[in-house]
Design a protein around this ligand. Structure first.
Ligand code: ATP
Ligand code: MG
Length: 388
């Protein structure tokens, strides 16, 4: 008998001729996620099987796999010889565990037989196995509509038996969509935005702007920690920490007060685009949501967009804050995001920010200061960390 993790993937099936590329990337992500657990990863007939993980490491392996993009679901299974008494005995063990906590429970047997040479067909297997279970476990009854326990048997090169299906993270395997650059603040939104785009197969680099001494060392550590949590899903992230104080003070001192936030956003975008180009990345990602604050009205977003020529992905654009918070909690960034350390945006907020900025006017205000040297200096003084 072997312990095996059975992995299903779905959207990849749509990829036609590119399918082997997506499957290779997924297998690679799975191998990375399971490193140190002696996993032997194999692909067969549209499924991925993981052999070699010991029973005591199974829970840890499943937990890691739930963070791998591209996986639809995972079932810890046992693989046994295709011999009927052996199958029945293994099925009883699985059922015993599945029904352990319930005095009364319903079940249904689901058989899939891809080995057509097996001496019973799927229906016969379901019926026979059902009888065996009813006899062995008097507290069980059959419910074919909404069973509490689904006892699954797959007759392939071995017989695989399981009763659990754990949902995976979905999405596309990391690295199948290319590389993009996340503007990450210490807030709730941007880590969620990074997670969502990584889920669609993007690898990430990230840029964070800090305004020391107006923002503290702890605010910086918080962003590093957020990037680390996102990297558990997205894989390795190169994080650029860009000193922004000089630029921010210049905006603050020389430009119209109500325009400072939008101007600051434009400059952040410009510098992020420069880092993206250096990294070989092809798009920027922000955590903006339409109407969330003055700098995220449609007019403000148009003005911000105008600062760069790369596509800007805003996966949260149509989300309410509550929706975003729910995802932040699910991916475990929320508790870190709400630590009360200031962000450079919050330190310099004007009292009455413009909500409908005019592009021509904003460009004029920006031209009042020559930022080029300051931008170059900020690039030079950037510290880059490898987050994994
Ligand atoms: P978040 O909730 O992610 O902190 P926010 O609600 O504070 O964002 P804004 O301050 O308007 O909203 O920022 C909008 C977006 O701009 C953020 O989601 C993020 O992508 C980017 N951004 C804001 N501040 C920074 C920063 N200090 N460094 C890098 N990117 C930033
Ligand atoms: Mg926000």
């Amino acid at each position: 008998m072997e312990h095996v993790l059975l992995i299903r993937y779905d959207e990849i099936h749509l990829k036609g001729l590119n399918r082997p590329f997506f499957e290779r990337k997924l297998i690679n992500s799975i191998k990375c996620a399971l490193s140190g657990l002696d996993a032997d990863v194999k692909k067969e007939q549209g499924r991925i099987y993981v052999y070699g993980v010991s029973e005591e490491n199974t829970e840890e392996a499943v937990d890691r796999l739930t963070r791998v993009f591209g996986i639809h679901s995972i079932s810890p299974a046992v693989g046994v010889d295709k011999d009927w008494p052996t199958i029945v005995s293994a099925a009883k063990d699985i059922m015993e565990r599945a029904a352990a906590n319930s005095k009364k429970a319903t079940f249904k047997c689901f058989c899939r037989r891809s080995d057509k040479g097996f001496f019973m067909n799927s229906e016969q297997i379901n019926r026979e196995l059902g009888h065996e279970m009813l006899e062995a476990f008097p507290q069980l009854s059959v419910d074919i509509r909404e069973p509490d326990i689904k006892l699954c048997v797959e007759i392939r090169e071995m017989a695989f038996i399981y009763a659990e299906e754990i949902m995976g993270a979905g999405g596309m395997p990391t690295g199948t969509a290319g590389l993009a650059t996340l503007l990450i603040s210490g807030g709730i939104d941007s880590p969620v935005a990074g997670y969502m785009m990584a889920r669609r197969g993007l690898e990430l680099t990230a840029v964070h702007f800090y305004s020391y001494p107006y923002t503290s060392e702890r605010a910086r550590d918080k962003v590093v920690e957020l990037a680390r949590i996102v990297s558990k899903y997205a894989g390795h992230i190169k994080l650029h920490l860009v000193p922004f104080t000089e630029i921010q003070l210049a905006i603050y001192e020389k430009c119209p007060p109500k325009e400072t936030t939008v101007l600051m956003r434009r400059l952040m975008m410009k510098i992020a685009e420069k880092w993206a180009e250096k990294d070989g990345s092809r798009a920027l990602i922000t955590g903006e949501a339409l109407g969330q604050v003055a700098s995220q009205t449609l007019e403000s977003l148009c003005v911000t967009n105008d600062a760069v020529s790369m596509p800007v992905f805003r996966p949260l654009i149509g989300f309410d804050k509550n929706d975003i918070v729910a995802i932040a909690k699910k991916i475990n960034t929320f508790e870190t995001s709400i630590l009360p350390y200031e962000d450079c945006c919050t330190v310099f907020v004007p009292q009455h920010p413009v909500t409908k900025p005019e592009l021509a006017k904003l460009r004029e205000s920006e031209a009042m200061v020559d930022f080029s040297e300051m931008i170059e200096k900020a690039m030079e003084d950037t510290e880059t960390l490898d987050i994994a």
